[in-house]
Ligand binder design. Structure first.
Ligand SMILES: [Zn+2]
Ligand SMILES: [Zn+2]
Length: 62
């Protein structure tokens, strides 16, 4: 269970900026299974993380 992108203080694990202003963008908003990426909005920060939305697994847990 260590695939979280923010730590217990709400800070991004990559760049240590507050996770809250990070942008979450889908590669294809019509097909979230293609994944997307998270980008930090702080100026001059090049934090960039790809992610899988993993919708199929969520539905199984339901
Ligand atoms: Zn950052
Ligand atoms: Zn970050």
């Amino acid at each position: 269970m260590d695939n979280q992108l923010d730590d217990e203080n709400g800070l991004c694990k990559q760049c240590r900026h507050p996770f809250n202003p990070h942008l979450i963008i889908a590669f294809d908003s019509d097909d979230l299974s293609k994944g997307g990426f998270i980008k930090c909005q702080v100026e001059n920060c090049d934090c960039y993380t790809t992610l899988n939305f993993d919708l199929a697994r969520k539905q199984k847990d339901y």
